[in-house]
Design a protein around this ligand. Sequence first.
Ligand code: SAM
Ligand code: CA
Length: 233
Amino acid sequence: MAASDSKTLLKSDAVYKYILETSVYPREHECMRELRLLTAQHPWSIMASSPDETQFIGMLLKILNARNTLEIGVFTGYSLLATALALPSDGKIIAVDKNREYYEIGSPIIEKAGMTHKVDFREGSALAILNELVAEEKNEGNFDFAFIDADKVNYLNYHERVLKLLRIGGIIAYDNTLWSGFVVASPDEPLSEKDRELAHATREFNKAIAADPRVEVSHLSIADGLTLCRRIA
Ligand code: SAM
Ligand code: CA
């Protein structure tokens, strides 16, 4: 595996390959494997979560006894399928993406896995859909878990809304919170404009979350950085 293909910030690609081959691939659900391989053919395949990360999220959902979840940023549905597989049969995921055509790539595999009944896909702007959810009183504190993986510049806007929807003790998982390690890039490092902007937004987000008394925080170096926020107030 070339370093540039690997979805990890781990220093050794050999160690990462070892984790995947020892503990992840042998236990991977066959539909997760099918969706992973299908997604790998997409020009934007880099957007999909890594298999060790989705394995972790699945276990976290089970530890939490999660039933009602939110996913902001679906792409082909790889992390969505991992979530659906980890929820009980009456579990529900409100899954939001502005591009339905991405979701349609994976939805036949989600169907094949017998998970379609758990997925409530909503096409549109995440901010608009979260505002609609917040406006409905019955949604307040009704969610056990949220996976946030859409446009990084809006993470703090999503945070304010999702906190209203999450129960005390529920978890929000924010993805890509190390932004390829560029969060520590020096000002003279030759980054693209987009990476510079996103590294800045991610640093601002990380700073704000670390100071937020409403949540406990665990900033994991799995994949491209995953920040868990447990609502405590
Ligand atoms: N969670 C997916 C996974 O792990 O396989 C990957 C999601 S991908 C990184 C980000 C997705 O967010 C894209 O499919 C994109 O269309 C969607 N997106 C970006 N900005 C958005 C917005 N403002 N509202 C809704 N969806 C958005
Ligand atoms: Ca991601």
